[in-house]
Design a binder for this molecule. Structure first.
Ligand code: FA5
Length: 354
């Protein structure tokens, strides 16, 4: 069995070295990581290994799995960087010496809120991370405990590219797996908790109204360590909201279902446009869904290489997915979400000095 794992490792490294485009990278990932791939095969064979060897062989498979996932991410970034370079080189040149003193501008209100949140979270020890807008099905759904054909996918219909298995991310949770892999080793070897926020643009194929856009921003956050509990989650949510609004805001926490957290919650904020009486911005309910959150599901922690099959509860963590565009609506008392994407400078430039 050990020999087989080593042989497969060598085969993987050799095949990986000749990959040069996204499609062949995806083919290679499926060959090793899909349900019928080599890793699943190894996991099945693990059952036949003598009990005294099981632990070591299991660890060998797990570290092989982590190697595949991290090499896959590195290679994907490398290919995307290369493609970008080719695009930049082929673009028309522009004149850097053009005068700038005649140009005026202001930050978009969403940028202002995003920066304010980044400062708040950085002051609490969080790393700020960036992530792609184009992702694959695995990161957007499967790594988050949402298998193909799971009904939870209906809530997040998005836009699919012609390139196979490439889509516009429907939520910032799509970055969770990559962040866990990036910081997992530091957590285990140095005992430093994973604390990261990752803002980003999200896309959904849905009907647009005063509080729904097809292109909007979220900010995701995760914290993972030993003994993280719901109390930690509530503490960070309360601190963040009181700092953002600089005043008392009424919030409510109710149960919510997301396959990647257990238990899951919806954190709603009382509508600041109507003061809770009901208006189009809050669909006349007086409340606005702002920040779903919960304790990260064991399957998601395992897919991110944080916990192992043998020790599935060693680390725990919370995650939240803040609706950044909706937060900007509430903070600046903008009654219609479409204002943010309308490119109407007279509306957007008002926020410059706030
Ligand atoms: C999610 O996207 C989950 N990924 C959030 C999450 C993260 C849950 C981590 C648990 C743990 P949801 O679909 O409810 O959940 O979107 C999160 C927030 O994004 C919403 O509360 C809302 O504020 C905002 N949002 C969702 N859809 C839109 C839209 N079409 N337009 C504007 N804002 C939206």
């Amino acid at each position: 069995m050990r020999e087989k794992i080593e042989k497969l490792g060598a085969q993987f490294r050799e095949e990986m070295s000749s990959v040069s485009d996204v499609q062949s990278l995806e083919d290679l990932r499926l060959k090793f990581m899909s349900k019928k791939g080599y890793i699943s095969e190894l996991m099945k064979e693990l059952g036949k290994v003598p009990p005294e060897e099981k632990k070591d062989v299991g660890q060998m498979i797990n570290s092989f799995k982590s190697e595949i996932t991290s090499r896959f991410e590195e290679k994907k970034d490398e290919i995307i960087r290369l493609q970008e370079q080719i695009l930049i080189q082929s673009a028309e040149s522009y004149d850097e010496s053009l005068p700038t003193d005649t140009l005026t501008g202001s930050f978009h209100p969403i940028t202002l809120v995003q920066r304010q949140l980044e400062d708040i979270f950085e002051s609490m020890g969080f790393d700020v991370e960036d992530y792609n807008e184009i992702v694959d099905d695995y990161h957007c759904f499967e790594a988050l405990n949402i298998p193909p054909f799971h009904p939870a996918r209906d809530m997040q219909d998005t836009y699919y590219l012609n390139t196979p298995n490439q889509l516009l991310k429907s939520h910032t949770s799509a970055a969770q797996n990559a962040i866990m892999i990036k910081y997992g080793r530091r957590l285990k070897e140095e005992g430093r908790p994973i604390r990261a926020v990752f803002p980003g643009r999200c896309f959904r194929n849905e009907a647009i109204d005063a509080c729904h856009e097809n292109t909007f921003f979220q900010m995701e956050g995760i914290m993972i360590d030993k003994d993280i509990s719901i109390s930690n989650l509530i503490y960070f949510m309360k601190t963040m909201l009181s700092e953002v609004f600089e005043r008392e805001v009424t919030v409510r926490l109710r149960p919510g279902f997301f396959p990647f957290v257990e238990p899951g919650f919806e954190l709603d904020i009382q509508c600041l446009i109507c003061g809770g009486d009901g208006c189009p911005s809050c669909k006349n309910s007086g409340w606005l869904e702002l920040c779903p959150c919960g304790m990260i599901h064991p399957n998601v922690l395992r897919a991110g290489g944080i916990n192992t099959e043998e020790n599935p509860y060693e680390y725990t963590g919370f995650a939240f997915g803040l609706g950044l565009t909706r937060l900007a609506m509430m903070k600046y008392e903008v009654g219609d979400i479409r204002t943010f994407n309308d490119c109407d400078l007279s509306a957007l430039s008002q926020f410059v000095s706030r």
